[in-house]
Design a protein around this ligand. Structure first.
Ligand code: ATP
Length: 204
């Protein structure tokens, strides 16, 4: 799987619908300071299910900061949307996408309404998008995306923090999340069984 296209609409400085093709090989983004190079990387990270507004650059603590906030000549927008098209012609995505040449992941945020996600047009939870990328070894905080200051952070990280990065690179973060969910379900089932035993005991 590789990123094929990113479409931004109302995201940060990308007020107009903007398509960026990511071709095979190395893609460089060049432009003057403040033209939106980092915002493009932020858009990809955000669409992958980043839930912490603190980890988004320059925010005041609200995820709505990613919505185009207006300029002297343009009114602010009411929503931001980022669409990522993944190329799955090599069929390396998780098995439920075995039929798809392309996987389209959309995240949208509306003022006062929060975020919603879609995979191939079907509404999904943030968790589903995060798991899709975690299974493909490239979560929103993945070492695949190296932002400014990340190298220093990696060098000065504590061993436990570095382990998280290595686990993400190894693609096992998704498995941890699934194990946690399975454990919660097991515990709930255990409680239900105990209640059934109590009820049956009371009938004797
Ligand atoms: P540098 O080379 O300095 O890192 P860059 O090309 O990476 O610059 P970005 O940091 O991606 O540029 O873009 C910053 C620009 O995005 C700023 O002009 C900022 O005003 C604008 N911007 C960020 N968030 C919003 C928003 N919510 N609404 C409108 N503009 C925004």
């Amino acid at each position: 799987v590789h990123f094929k296209r990113v479409r931004m609409n109302g995201f940060k400085s990308f007020v107009e619908k903007t398509d960026v093709d990511i071709v095979q090989g190395l893609t460089g983004v060049v432009g003057p300071n403040g033209c939106g190079k980092s915002n493009l990387v932020e858009a990809i990270r955000w669409s992958m299910g980043e839930t912490s507004s603190k980890r988004m650059r320059g925010g005041s603590g609200s995820m709505e900061d990613v919505i185009f906030n207006g300029t002297a000549s343009r009114p602010r927008r009411s929503f931001a949307e980022v669409t990522v098209i993944l190329d799955n012609t090599d069929r390396s995505a998780p098995p439920q996408y075995a039929e798809c040449d392309e996987i389209e992941v959309v995240r949208r945020i509306e003022r006062d309404h929060g975020s919603s996600y879609k995979i191939n047009g079907k509404p999904v939870r943030a968790r589903d998008v995060q798991l899709l990328y975690a299974d493909m070894m490239s979560g929103a905080s993945s070492p695949f995306l190296i932002s400014q200051g990340k190298m220093t952070q990696m060098i000065t990280a504590k061993p436990a923090e570095r382990r998280v990065l290595l686990e993400e690179a190894a693609g096992i973060t998704g498995l941890y999340a699934r194990r946690h969910e399975a454990e919660l379900r097991l515990r709930a089932t255990d409680n239900n069984l105990k209640r059934v035993e109590d009820v049956l005991g009371g009938m004797d």
